[in-house]
Design a protein around this ligand. Structure first.
Ligand code: M6R
Length: 624
């Protein structure tokens, strides 16, 4: 939710550098637009104070405004792209906000300041004027007010963070410190980009990947003072922080571009073969599985008597898929729970519980809160994450990274496959440590997993049939998805994709549940996707799903069947058969979801919708 960018260059850099701060910040905002697109704005410092340009709507509106509005030379610039929480998506509520009675300060904020109403009353009583309905403008006035009292932006920020409750990343610039940006973070993301004679700040590394691949993590409750050639970090108590982790970003700017595709989602779907190959890369040596990022003692893992997966949205569907595999391999009960539900009941979790937190962004607030809650109960937490340096892996006891590269589209695709793959690795690792599987069994499963990228490519290469189907179904109002066993979460994920990007009513059901109610939804022409399990494995399950196809067909459904190559039994009951290569049952979800992703993407495109930035959504949900 919300993307923030900061740039600090040399003071009086000359004509060439004149436009650089704004250019860098606009470029960064464009790359972070997936985080929110209700409004966008930038601020620089001019001779009189802070100069802000901001517009409701997407960044294109801001760019248009900047074409007609001259911006003075400034060493620093900050920018923001918003996902609205407090106050509608208007020009006034857009960030940056001007702070103070003389308008010398500008501030951007990501998060929610929970006690803003009380603070606003205090400020109003002191004569401060408000121009927005946001919680963020309070922080702008507070920092400006503290600056008036202390004459130092870092000290002012430190005073203010102690007054705020909630989640925030704040970036502030002040007329009287023309080469400095001061940033603070609590429960919202912030990373520093280290350049040559210039430095950067961003919600994630995408903000500055065009300029530098050297990054520095900023820890919880830290304040950064950034200039063109210095980065100083302190904690909220004012103590210097000297152990901020520096790292090299693994991907480059081209990975965050559409590369000729209509949308990032279309591109990311096509990257899935490589994504799974990258998640698997370097994990097994001499037939033994190595998970370098696992920092939990093997003795602790041997004592675990329950696994709880916490996640939201697509990541939760990934958890539902891998539950079947981990229980089967490790003989440990696995529960999968939506992080926001887990946090607010009284779950039975203790030091014998392993909590697996799945999050592409590593910043989802609901999942982060679930992680903290689990740790308070004594549980160990493994994060399955794509974003280096993000909060969830930093706070977890161990982390397993996906390595699938940046996922820009709001609808998650390649990260979903990466999450499932990484969890398979975790399951096999646990089975190895706990002795549930013999080494040759693990080696065999790893071998089968290594075949998956090739099979994904085969599925992707055959997707014209699905694209054509999607275009024919452009006026569809409702689609049902059915599956059993690992096909059930696949059905739920297929429905989620269609809902979120094509705005079509879609439901994923366990096929066995059909007769208990949902079949009442089926009438003439109702499209129903059915994910059919392999006839080679659990034969009874295959025949049960084939019966389910017949049941909906008998009631007039249009049956769209995803079935393994060679499974000809389904042909007679299917209006359309979409083939996937033969693969072991537990790994089939890595293939069977692909047609459903492609279907949603193509249908949304055919409807003329913004596939990458669907309405009302943001890529990472950093508020509860
Ligand atoms: O970054 P996370 O994996 O924690 O995000 C979780 C969900 O918000 C996310 O998967 C969401 O459901 C996607 N938009 C689905 O495509």
């Amino acid at each position: 939710m919300c993307g923030i960018v900061g740039y600090a260059g040399p003071i009086g850099g000359g004509a060439k550098e004149h436009s650089r701060p704004i250019e860098v910040v606009l470029e960064g905002l464009t790359r972070l637009e997936y985080r929110g697109y209700d409004s966008a704005g930038v601020a620089v410092l001019d001779g009189e104070g802070a100069h802000v340009v901001k517009r409701a709507g997407k960044i294109v509106n801001l760019k248009e405004a900047l074409e007609s509005e001259a911006v003075s030379e400034s060493a620093v610039a900050i920018g923001h792209t918003r996902w609205a929480t407090h106050g509608g998506p208007t020009n006034e509520n857009a960030h940056p906000h001007i702070g103070g009675k003389q308008g010398k300060l500008a501030l951007v904020h990501n998060g929610i300041i929970e006690n803003f109403a009380h603070l606003k009353e205090l400020l109003l009583a002191e004569g401060y004027e408000f121009h927005s309905q946001t919680d963020s403008e309070v922080a702008a006035h507070l920092v400006a007010r503290a600056y008036d009292a202390t004459g130092n932006l870092t000290t002012a920020m430190r005073e203010v963070v102690s007054m705020l409750e909630g989640a925030f990343t704040l970036l502030a610039i002040h007329h009287d410190e023309p080469g400095t940006i001061v940033a603070a973070r609590r429960n919202s993301p912030l990373v520093v980009g280290l350049g040559e004679g210039e430095n950067f700040l961003g919600s994630d590394v995408a903000a500055f990947i065009n300029y530098t691949s050297r990054a520095m993590e900023i820890g919880q409750d830290n304040i950064v003072t950034l200039t063109a050639d210095s980065v100083d970090v302190i904690d909220f108590d004012g103590n210097p922080v000297t152990d901020s982790k520096r790292y090299e970003v693994e991907w480059d700017a081209t990975a965050a571009q559409k590369g000729g595709y209509d949308s990032f989602m279309a591109k990311e779907i096509m990257e899935q073969s490589q994504a799974v190959a990258d998640t698997l890369l370097g994990r097994s040596e001499d037939g033994k599985l190595q998970l370098d990022e696992m920092r939990i003692d093997e003795a602790v893992l041997r004592r675990i008597d329950k696994i709880v997966v916490v996640a939201c949205g697509t990541a939760a569907n990934a958890g539902e898929v891998v539950k079947y595999a981990i229980e089967h391999w490790c003989r440990i009960p696995v529960e999968v729970e939506l992080a926001h539900e887990f946090r607010y009941r009284d779950p039975v979790v203790n030091e014998k519980t392993l909590v697996v937190a799945i999050s592409q962004s590593g910043e989802t607030m609901d999942t982060l809160m679930a992680v903290r809650h689990a740790q308070e109960q004594g549980a160990k937490v493994v994060a399955i994450c794509n974003t280096r340096g993000s909060t969830i892996p930093r706070e977890s006891d161990a982390a397993l990274y996906l390595h699938v590269g940046p996922e820009i589209a709001v609808a998650s695709t390649k990260a979903y496959l990466g999450q499932i793959t990484a969890c398979y690795l975790l399951g096999l690792y646990l089975a190895q440590v706990r002795g549930n599987l013999f080494p040759d069994e693990i080696a065999q499963k790893m071998h089968e997993l290594q075949q998956i990228p090739g099979k994904i490519q085969q599925v992707l290469d055959g997707m014209d049939q699905v694209r054509d189907l999607a275009r024919r179904m452009v006026d569809t109002q409702s689609v049902l998805f059915l599956g059993r066993h690992v096909g059930y979460p696949t059905a739920m994920e297929g429905a989620l994709k269609l809902k979120e990007i094509a705005y079509i009513h879609a439901e994923g059901f366990a096929a066995g549940e059909l007769k208990h109610g949902p079949i009442a939804l089926v009438d003439e022409g109702q499209p129903v996707f059915v994910v059919v399990p392999s006839p080679r494995g659990r034969h009874s399950l295959h025949s049960k799903v084939v019966s389910n196809i017949q049941e909906v067909r008998a009631r007039g459904a249009l049956t769209l069947v995803i079935a393994e190559e060679g499974d000809n039994e389904v042909n007679q009951f299917a209006d359309e058969v979409i083939r996937i290569p033969q693969t072991p049952v537990l790994f089939a979800p890595l293939l069977s979801i692909i047609p459903l992703q492609v279907f949603a993407c193509e249908l949304a495109t055919a409807k003329g919708l913004d596939v990458d930035q669907p309405r009302n959504l943001a890529k990472s949900v950093t508020v509860e």
